[in-house]
Design a protein around this ligand. Sequence first.
Ligand code: GRF
Length: 204
Amino acid sequence: MPDAPLRLAVLASGRGSNLQAIIDAIEQKRLRVVLALVISNKAEAQALERARKHGVPAVFLDPKATPGREAYDAVILEHLRKHDVGLVALAGYMKIVTRVLIDAYANRIMNIHPSLLPSFPGLAAQQQALDWGVKVSGCTVHFVEEGVDTGPIIRQAAVLVTEGDTAESLEARILVEEHRIYPEAIQLFAEGRLMVEGRRVHIR
Ligand code: GRF
């Protein structure tokens, strides 16, 4: 009997275009996982609507109801376990993940960031890239550790910075690449092809 498919959870705080790319990839069978759950820390997150529209269980967990970042992550962990989640994908999730989740899901939490890490971690990465004057930027999918945007790199895509680019125009071109490489990275994980050795992620 074939193995049961990987059960994925997505954590998102806003627009949810990466979540949509994941949903589309699943529906087009480019990504062979079950999207078991979407969690947001924002009641009004468009990501929740996108999930519900596709019949995916979607929950808003109010950070104010569980003060303290560890306690909040413990609530998330309960939901992940209840839904038998094997991989967590952060997609525009605007909270720092604590040890509570990282220990329970070691090398099983991914994030996508709109720069070629380790350049320009943190907020407004596209503006940081423009301000620095780089000629190439892009996006990175990486495993999540305690540092912000520091974990082992799984996949990257480069985007040329053009004369006259604004943060918005650069963001739009980077997003196209994000939507391509995030489902790809998740599929590699689902196939058991990612091996983490220190900082390096080998693709078998
Ligand atoms: C993306 O640029 C992602 O790289 C960053 O936050 C943004 C989220 O966009 N972490 P969306 O919510 O997936 O549309």
